[in-house]
Design a protein around this ligand. Structure first.
Ligand code: ADP
Ligand code: MG
Length: 648
């Protein structure tokens, strides 16, 4: 059945070459029960790995049922492994935290077979392991674990069982049970090749091959081969090979999904930590970016409502270190009047004064800011009342005691009832409420607007105005309008050249630009913090993935040893990584949205969740999860099973 001719295998260790198998030729027939014996390091395992298609010889030929298999590609060897040979290792190599029955099923999956549970269960009974299907290796004795491993080796109905020191890690009672199991298997017709260093064990077989330094030094038949009965008759070579070929199946992608999920469930901590990294990264990016974008938008909105063709004339120059070095030109109502005469370039003018006032209505009191404004304020500052009306030019001229209230003042003095038509006291003087200002934001709603003249001469006792708002006719002629206004002020106040800076004219477009760039900076800053947390999340994922490489490499070695091909391994890992990143990502998105909304409702911040942030964070963390999940898996999947199993 099996024939080795002049097989060699050497290992390079630095500049030393170890000749592990040195020119071995060997023939094994179907139904044999033989032992390979020799001292430790004599090359027994290396020989077994070659026999079991786990490793390839350097030179020599290996024929199975007359076919040369020594030059076959890795994936073809995997198919042979899963159909012809079953391997039992000294260290059992069961998947940890995985039920016995699921361990036994594995080779069936990679061979693309169905009816897994039933076959696996039958094999467990065949090795006389009853009622332990649901136990994990941690819940089984050494002997029981080795029985699971033998059942796993049997599950694809192989022609040969290769057992490398199967009793090496067992106590004498378990040793006896395992030997009996192997003997029974041989009685049922399986070829059994056993590696051992113990003479008593070797003597239980029918043929002993002794190796020393990679060479066979003796090959003795110690018992006659039994005469086969009909039940255990040997199929002829052609039949066997045909059966092996038709038996060869391929696992489908679907078959890997349960494997991936099981592996995730059996390593809960690793899975949760990986997901956590993605979750936090994605969540942080979404919440932070929502905050930045929200702030940007709300400021932009406020600025837009001011109108971009607004100019503001103010007394005083730019102060340096709190000291204005260029004097202080106070502005008057007459200045405002003179500016409004620049008909071509100026559409509307409104002078303002500001102060504080103690207001009262019935038994309620409220302290607020008072702004005296020109009647054009309504137009210039987009302040058309929600209820009632703004004051008129006549009312301004007549210094009438009328007031337009901000929403906060209304709420404090009137609650939910309509204030229009009521009379309130401002600093003990009666004012008729004629309107309610539109809502503009918490910081801008705590205000009362009254005619500027009333404010100056009847309430605050001011002779000068604090600022003059000017609406230019056209945004194109803003520069010229600014210059004309300058000349008006200079002329009216007889300013000398060095006093030109004693007042300032600010252009709203400039202010808006400054604010915009400030909010942009803030947004970028928040974005960067988010990016850092995403990166930290990414590093977390990376860490966990790398830490699990050792364990996974062994696991991959095992899966390959029992018949998995390279793409089987990759699919499994790909599915694991995708499931993990998708779950982590989705929870992260939800978390980000929840945090953003919590910030909005508890802190009153404006948030805006952007698709961009969702896409960015999801793509980034998924990429990290995939790269660091797949990269080690790919590397391990390319190793030959023995190298992977030995990986430390
Ligand atoms: P045995 O199973 O008889 O104890 P092995 O087949 O495991 O012996 O090893 C035979 C020789 O080859 C030993 O000298 C061992 O050190 C060497 N060897 C085995 N595997 C490797 C390897 N992967 N790399 C380097 N040397 C190896
Ligand atoms: Mg060995």
């Amino acid at each position: 059945m099996i024939e080795l001719k002049n097989i060699t295998k050497s290992y390079k260790m630095g500049d030393m070459t170890v000749q592990a198998v040195n020119d071995i030729s060997l023939k094994i027939e179907q139904g044999e029960y033989l032992a390979i014996i020799g001292a430790s390091g004599s090359g027994k395992s290396t020989l077994m790995h070659i026999l079991g298609f786990l490793d390839r010889p350097d030179t020599g030929t290996y024929t199975v049922f007359g076919e040369d298999v020594s030059k076959l590609k890795d994936d073809k060897l995997a198919i042979l492994r899963s159909n012809i040979a079953g391997f039992v290792f000294q260290q059992f190599y069961l998947l940890p935290r995985t039920k016995a029955i699921e361990n036994v099923e594995l080779p069936l999956i990679y061979a693309g077979k169905k009816g897994l549970k039933k076959t696996a269960h039958e094999k467990l009974e065949q090795v006389e392991l009853f009622n332990r299907d649901g136990h994990t290796p941690g819940e089984l004795s050494g002997g029981q674990q080795q029985k699971v491993a033998i059942a796993r080796a049997l599950v694809n109905n192989p022609y040969v069982i290769f057992a490398d020191e199967p009793t090496g890690n067992l106590d004498s009672k378990s040793k006896e049970e395992i030997m009996k199991t192997l003997e029974d298997l041989n009685k049922q017709g399986k070829t059994v090749v056993l590696v051992t260093h113990e003479k008593e064990i070797a003597e239980r077989t029918r043929r002993i091959i002794t190796v020393f330094d990679g060479k066979i030094i003796s090959d003795k038949r110690i018992k006659e081969e039994p005469v086969r009965t009909a039940g255990s008759k040997i199929l002829n070579a052609k039949e066997l090979l045909a059966r092996a070929k038709t038996n060869i199946g391929e696992a489908l992608i679907m078959d890997h999904i349960p494997q991936a999920l099981k592996s995730m469930v059996s390593h809960k901590m690793r899975t949760v930590l990986s997901m956590l990294g993605i979750l936090i990264g994605v969540g942080a990016v979404i919440a932070m970016m929502a905050l930045g974008k929200g702030a940007e938008d709300s400021i932009a909105e406020k600025l837009a409502s001011l109108g971009s063709n607004l100019l503001m004339v103010r007394p005083g120059g730019r102060t340096v270190g709190g000291v204005s070095s260029v004097g202080y030109t106070r502005l008057t109502m007459e200045d405002a009047e003179a500016i409004s005469q620049l008909k071509e370039k100026v559409k509307a003018v409104a002078a303002s004064v500001r102060g504080n006032g103690q207001t009262a209505f019935e038994n309620k009191n409220w302290s607020t800011s008072i702004q005296g404004a020109g009647f054009k304020y309504e137009q210039i500052r987009a302040a058309k009342p929600e209820f009632g009306r703004f004051f008129t030019e006549e009312e301004q001229k007549a210094r009438t005691k009328v007031a337009v209230l901000g929403v906060t003042v209304v709420e404090e003095l009137f609650g939910t009832s309509n204030p229009v038509g009521k009379v309130i006291k401002i600093n003990k003087i009666n004012f008729a409420v004629i309107g309610v200002l539109p809502r503009k934001g918490p910081d801008q709603d705590d205000i009362i607007i009254i005619p500027v003249t009333t404010a100056m001469y009847r309430l605050l006792g001011k002779k000068y105005v604090d600022s003059i708002d000017v609406e230019a006719t056209d945004i194109e002629t803003m520069e010229e309008a600014t210059e004309d206004i300058r000349q008006v002020i200079i002329k009216r106040h007889n300013l000398k050249k060095k006093q030109y800076n004693s007042f300032q004219i600010r252009n709203m477009a400039d202010v808006q630009e400054t604010m915009r760039s400030m909010t942009k900076t803030m947004s970028t800053l928040l974005g960067s913090i988010a990016a850092i947390s995403l990166l930290v999340g990414g590093i977390g994922i990376m860490n966990i993935m790398l830490v699990s490489v050792t364990e996974r490499t062994k696991e991959i070695g095992l899966r390959k040893a029992i018949g998995a091909q390279e793409h089987d391994i990759l699919f499994q890992f790909l599915i694991e990584s995708i499931v993990m990143t998708v779950i982590g990502g989705v929870i992260g998105i939800l978390l980000g949205v929840v945090v953003a909304m919590a910030l909005a409702s508890f802190a009153g911040w404006v948030v805006k969740i952007t698709t961009y942030s969702i896409i960015l964070s999801t793509v980034f963390s998924t990429a990290i999860g995939l790269i660091f999940g797949i990269f080690p898996a790919r590397k391990a999947a390319k190793l030959n099973p023995i190298e992977a199993l030995r990986f430390e």
